[in-house]
Structures are given as structure tokens and as C-alpha cells.
Design a protein. Structure first.
Length: 154
């Protein structure tokens, strides 16, 4: 029984995030989605709203659990027996960033990581892009999971 950890700030969760988590749930028996709360970072949505939006997306998936995490990913990794960190990458820049994180998490916690490439239809979607849509009051459908939209617009 292998556990995957998928992390992110999910500010907000996008269809790309959703797809990576769904794909991880098909590859691993258990997936823990850790919504990271970094007090040094400025978020559009509160930690609780980000957590609730991700939770709503996966409430019916029995092998996906969601938790709010305020700390180093390496510390979370040490609480779980031999997890694999799963990340997504849209392009070469994302992959290079993930490679750096892989080295950090391996040195701090001995964690293995895999990177799932984004599906073509999600390569251009980023949380920054979605925040621009929100700023200009544009529709989020197709960019953000419908379940998350319901939570975010409340």
C-alpha cells in the first residue's frame, strides 16, 4: 500500500491541480492532499477557504484525503511511511523548479518524488491566470473545478 502526497497552496485549485490529484489517485492506494499555509506568502483566499475548496472537490473519493499543513513538506513526509511526493509540471520551467524541490525533500526527509506532466489542455492554466480572471470578474468554468467555484464565490 503506497501513499502519495500532493502539495500546493491551491490559491485557487485549478483544473491542472485537480487532474494531477485524480491521476495520482489512480496510481497510488492513498493520496494525501496537503494544502500548504505559508504565513510568509500573500494569498487571495484564506487557508480555510483553500482547504474547503480542495476538500469539496474530492469529498467522494475514498482514497483521497485533504489536510491543511503549516510547516515543511519534509516534516509531513516523516509522519507517513515511505510516501512518494507527486507534483505536476506544465513546462520546462516548472520541471526545473520541481527538480530543485526534489533535491531539498530528498536531503531533508529521504523522500522520493515523481512529476506528472500536465495534459495539453491544462498546460496554460495557472493559479496566477485564474486570479486575473477573478480580478476582472470573468467566468472560472473550465479553469477551476466546479465544486471549488461554489466554495470560492461564497
Amino acid at each position: 500500500m503506497k501513499t502519495a502526497i500532493v502539495t500546493g497552496s491551491f490559491d485557487p485549485i485549478t483544473m491542472g491541480h485537480f487532474d494531477v490529484i485524480e491521476r495520482a489517485s489512480q496510481l497510488f492506494s492513498q493520496v494525501i492532499v496537503a494544502v500548504l499555509d505559508n504565513t510568509e506568502k500573500r494569498f487571495l483566499f484564506s487557508a480555510e477557504k483553500r482547504f474547503q475548496s480542495v476538500l469539496e472537490c474530492f469529498k467522494d473519493n475514498t482514497n483521497i484525503s485533504v489536510r491543511l499543513w503549516n510547516g515543511l513538506l519534509a516534516d509531513l513526509v516523516t509522519q507517513i511511511e515511505n510516501p512518494v511526493i507527486v507534483r505536476g509540471a506544465r513546462n520546462a520551467g516548472d520541471f526545473e523548479y520541481e527538480r530543485m524541490l526534489f533535491e531539498i525533500n530528498r536531503s531533508l526527509a529521504g523522500a522520493e518524488s515523481i512529476v506528472l506532466p500536465a495534459k495539453k489542455e491544462y498546460e496554460f492554466i495557472s493559479s496566477t491566470f485564474v486570479k486575473e480572471l477573478i480580478k476582472y470578474k470573468k467566468p472560472l468554468y473550465g479553469y477551476v473545478p466546479n465544486e471549488a467555484i461554489e466554495v470560492l464565490i461564497k
